[in-house]
Write a protein that binds this ligand. Structure first.
Ligand SMILES: [Zn+2]
Length: 362
């Protein structure tokens, strides 16, 4: 009995200690800072600056590395932030390569449609125009629900004196996801809407309470709020003619500061949707893993796929998943959602996951 208690304590201690441990290494002979960092997958100016900061007292003349000295390595950051912060253009190039592959996998060869441009004011001035680039998702219908909104901000994180609200970041990612799905020819319903906030490229998103459920004010009572959005999804779902329908509930949420999250994908446990919901969650996790490996080799991905008895997942009639994209309180996770490029990357990856799911459903 006692023995077991001790081993539990030991394991806990070890876990706590190792979470503090920072990667370190000694340089190979002749290695400069750049080569040293490259060998540890930490390229780019941000890593260089961080390295200097961490090891100021241990560097030689002109910031040279000294033989036999152990240097601390900068923490590996999210890819979406990355060694080398990807520019919008680079992201787009990577994306188009992915889509090219997906197009090749498409069972029916894409009939080259004339690219049509549409307008959705909900996306805001800068992004309201979008072009349908291909048919990868034609025949697919999506219900996108961003977590919280209106009187309920969701998780709150304090960063650089700003009070950041989960609902604003979830909404921005939902809009980006909606735009991406539309670009691939899908039918998209944005369930929670803000008449004023379109897609925003700011780091710190302003808070508002103007969100509605497709025009209806959000009730104060939490259960009523959840009921309202499920009802909206289910009513639209009944009317939709598409056979393939998927709903997604997007959250960021809040855990302890220390805990870095990859991404949590939850599937429905009810028999009617379980199989398809689980497959979708797994496909999403796999897509994220592939993207992480591509953008930041060596980082690894520890996203989880599981089921949880969440009200909205029980009540939503279409096949649905629930995602937690980050821990609002964790410094590394904050990089993931504070940068507009990263929010775009997350939206693109979700969109890519949906495309794969749609293709495997046919
Ligand atoms: Zn939440």
């Amino acid at each position: 009995m006692m023995k077991r208690k001790y081993s539990v304590i030991l394991i806990l201690l070890f876990a706590i200690l190792s979470s503090f441990a920072q990667d370190k290494d000694t340089p190979q002979s002749g290695e400069g800072i750049y080569a040293f960092l490259r060998r540890h997958n930490r390229e780019g100016a941000a890593n260089y600056d961080e390295f200097i900061k961490l090891n100021k007292s241990k560097l030689g003349k002109n910031n040279s590395l000294l033989n036999g000295v152990t240097y601390l390595l900068p923490t590996l950051v999210d890819p979406t932030e990355t060694n080398k912060q990807l520019s919008k253009q680079e992201l787009e190039i990577l994306e188009s390569l992915d889509y090219e592959q997906l197009t090749k996998k498409s069972p029916d060869p894409q009939t080259k449609t004339k690219q049509q441009t549409y307008r959705l004011p909900l996306f805001g001035k800068k992004y309201e125009e979008y072009t349908v680039k291909d048919n990868l998702l034609s025949g697919a219908c999506f219900f996108l629900v961003s977590g919280h909104g209106g009187p309920d901000s969701g998780a709150i994180a304090k960063v650089d004196g700003h009070s950041l609200h989960e609902d604003e970041y979830a909404y921005d990612i939902v809009l980006r996801l909606a735009r991406s799905l539309l670009e691939h020819g899908a039918t998209v319903h944005i369930i929670i809407q803000d008449p004023k906030d379109g897609i925003r490229d700011d780091k710190y998103l302003n808070n508002s309470k103007k969100e509605t459920c497709m025009g209806e004010p959000l009730p104060l009572n939490q259960l009523e709020r959840l009921k309202q959005r499920c009802k909206a999804v289910n009513t639209l779902s009944r009317k939709a003619k598409e056979k393939y329908q998927r709903a997604i509930f997007i959250h960021l949420d809040s855990r302890s500061k220390k805990q870095q999250l990859d991404v949590f994908f939850y599937y429905q446990s009810e028999a009617a949707n379980k199989k398809k919901s689980k497959l979708l969650a797994e496909t999403m996790a796999k897509t994220f893993e592939e993207q992480y490996n591509k953008h930041q080799p060596g980082r690894g991905f520890s996203g989880t796929v599981s089921t949880r008895p969440l009200y909205v997942m029980k009540k939503a009639s279409p096949v649905a998943i629930f995602v937690e994209l980050a821990n609002m309180q964790n410094v590394n996770d904050q990089r993931r959602y504070l940068s507009d490029n990263n929010r775009q990357a997350l939206a693109n990856w979700l969109s890519m996951g949906f495309i794969k799911d749609y293709q495997q459903s046919q």
